[in-house]
Design a protein around this ligand. Sequence first.
Ligand code: LLP
Length: 451
Amino acid sequence: MKTSDAAMACPDNKTAADLMAILPDTAQVVDGHLHIDDVDMVALAREAGTAVYVMSEPHIRKQLQDYRKWMSYHWDDVDIVYAGKAFLSKAMARLVADCGCSLDVSSGGELAIARAADFPPERIYAHGNNKTTAELAECLDAGIGYIVVDSFEELDRISKLASQRGMEQTVLLRITPGIAADTHDYIRTGAEDSKFGFGLNQGLALRAVRRALELPGITYGGLHMHIGSQIYALHSFAAAIEVMVEFMLQIRDELGVDTCLLNTGGGLGVAYGVPDDPATIKDYGKVVVDGIKEACEARGLATPRIAVEPGRSVVANAGVTLYTVGTIKEIPNIRTYVSVDGGMTDNIRTSLYQAHYEAFIANKADQPRSTLATIAGKHCESGDIVVSNGPLQSAEVGDILCVPATGAYCQSLSSNYNKQVRPGVIWTADGAWRWVVRRESYDDLLRCDVG
Ligand code: LLP
């Protein structure tokens, strides 16, 4: 074991019962097994196969309902726009629609999934800093509610496409408020630093609004910002909101136009580890809505319709990944590698962002995590690690290993590296489970290989 690791890590003797804060609301330990929605995860893994993502449908529904409840508690004109990039499938799109929420799509592919699920097009917001002309045409032809515009070229393209079709497209303009948040703090950055949106420096954002007002085929629908993701510090949102509302005032003063929709993006952080203590949806709702209302009142502006775009906080803790332990390699005085039947192809977040994950053995869920292990994937990279030197129950080949909090940005960032077939996604509810995305097969790998 490296000295630094040895000093930092130690078995914590926690059982799965101590990890409930990062598991779905409906998780329980029953006879030593992890259960979610009254489904035994060990039996499920053995029947459905591993690696597999399992998500609790009631947990996702509750998160969306909480957003609606706590945002509209403070202001009745709100729109909860689920960010599909966190996890999207037809079932997810239907659930979002069913909960009365809207959908953020960030590519033609996400739009295609929304359309395949018959998602109401008027509730779709399209994002991207470089939407292709084909993608913009798909948005217009689908009749989506809002295109969130990111550049002058895009404005011109939409105007042309809309004019050709004899229609008007409502747009929001994405503004870089000059506030970049990280997990626990925020820093101001120059607008020039971002590939997204229009900076407020040098009057670019105001020019964009003016252009949107002038161009044929375009209706100015309001403003958008997104300051970052996995944010714990709510004051970052408050600071950005002040900047945006000040800009709304400038738009009214200089262009004589009221901004009737302000979309403050996503970003609320979640707990990946036991000590993590993110803000609640309730607190977030208050900061966003009260922040906008107060900033508007102070400037004599009418409070606009308010939209937020949560992704991670809706699905992250709804999901777990189940793996089977395949090999265990104890390197004396160094570390123990517990290798599983997945890895960086189903969860790139550890190697990409040094993200922290916990792990436990689903068939020993009531036993203490009395050892230390590095959970390694099966791929041809040394960096293919899911958990680096974390506490774990004593592992044996054939154990079902569970990694919590993998519902967001794991399946959506998955890959076929090493020609690994991607895991499927199972949803649980009320004692039952079903596939919402099936596991890939070798035929799927060969489907596009026409050589
Ligand atoms: N709206 C826009 C315009 C966004 O770009 C994003 C995320 C969201 C909403 C949703 O943000 P959330 O509530 O999920 O934080 N792959 C990274 C996260 C990238 C987030 C990109 N944009 C990760 O795995 O941590």
